[in-house]
Design a protein around this ligand. Structure first.
Ligand SMILES: NC(=O)c1ccc[n+]([C@@H]2O[C@H](COP(=O)([O-])OP(=O)(O)OC[C@H]3O[C@@H](n4cnc5c(N)ncnc54)[C@H](O)[C@@H]3O)[C@@H](O)[C@H]2O)c1
Length: 289
């Protein structure tokens, strides 16, 4: 494929929280889109969720009913991977975060999709060099990392692995612009990519300041919102994404590195053990009614 202008059809594999919204932003941008999942239930949930989200935008006057109807008319929900990829130009994989499952699905896509098609993974933690050799087209494989909720968040990190061709990286970057998102290109693979690495450091420092009794949760969050102009502080954000998620990420990092420093911080472990996961349990760093 010479450039992103030749992309007519996009396939998103995995219709969960991320895949459903990636498919919708692609359809809203005018592409023919296949959203594929092995679970009928997940596809149905994705369709209902997207209708609910877009209805809200129509009610608020952000989108017209015509634009939404036209996007849905370009979006097919299917369980057959063959149907989803046999005439595709670009595949974005957004299935469960398991290396074996991703390698298996990449290998199947490679067998079924046209030779020119690019295959990208939306993985948050797995760099595409761990998957590319499951295909016969490693130069056409890269990471394309969206942020949740995709309908709102603009940034997409495109990551060029050692196997990824310049052309593939360029096309992926162009495609991000065409679906009305803002790309950044990482020239080399690095775990966590850019945004989450920086967030990790900020969060680590916030916890250090709290555990050393320099300032309270509220005050540290205020420093971020009122001095750094962040829309939300790190503690409020952990409550939103789930303290259990922070705990599991830390444990996974520790398992991989064996470095005590990577273990979840004491305050995270305490909250995790008490079941205080944040908004979803009504209590985390803050209390929610
Ligand atoms: N949730 C986030 O905030 C976030 C942010 C950025 C990136 N990601 C990444 O996006 C990917 C998906 O995350 P999610 O939160 O949408 O997960 P999710 O659990 O909401 O959805 C995963 C979907 O994949 C489907 N699936 C599983 N195996 C499949 C297969 N072999 N073929 C087709 N479909 C299959 C499941 O049925 C499910 O519908 C992960 O790699 C994750 O790391 C997630």
């Amino acid at each position: 494929m010479a450039n992103a202008n030749s992309i007519k059809q996009i396939t998103v594999v995995g219709s969960g929280a991320m895949g459903s919204q990636i498919a919708m932003v692609s359809a809203l941008a005018g592409y023919q889109v296949y959203l594929q999942d092995i679970s009928e239930e997940s596809l149905k949930k994705a369709e209902d969720f997207l209708h609910m989200q877009l209805d809200k935008r129509v009610a608020k006057g952000k989108l017209t009913q015509e634009v939404v109807d036209s996007a849905f008319s370009r979006l097919q929900f299917v369980t057959s991977l063959q149907e989803a990829v046999e005439s595709t130009d670009f595949v974005i994989e957004a299935i469960v975060e398991k290396l074996d499952a991703k390698r298996e699905v990449f290998s199947q896509i490679d067998k079924l999709a046209p030779a020119h098609a690019i295959i990208a993974t939306n993985s948050s933690t797995i760099v595409s060099s761990q998957i590319a050799d499951a295909t016969n087209r490693p130069s056409q494989v890269c990471n394309m990392h969206f942020f949740n909720p995709v309908l709102v968040m603009e940034l997409v990190e495109v990551v060029k692995g050692p196997h990824t061709s310049e052309e593939t990286a360029e096309i992926a970057v162009d495609l991000v612009k065409k679906i009305n998102r803002v790309p950044i290109l990482l020239k080399k693979e690095i775990s966590g990519f850019v945004a989450n690495r920086m967030l990790g450091k900020l969060t680590q420092e916030a916890i250090f300041l709290l555990e050393n009794e320099i300032a309270t949760v509220e005050e540290i969050d205020l420093a971020c919102t009122k001095a750094l102009n962040h829309p939300i502080g790190p503690f409020a954000l952990m409550d939103l994404t789930g303290i259990d998620v922070s705990y599991y990420i830390g444990m996974q990092r520790y398992k991989e590195s064996g470095d005590e420093k990577d273990k979840p911080a004491k305050v995270i472990e305490e909250k995790f053990l008490k079941g205080e996961y944040g908004r979803k349990t009504g209590k985390g760093f803050y209390t929610y009614s």
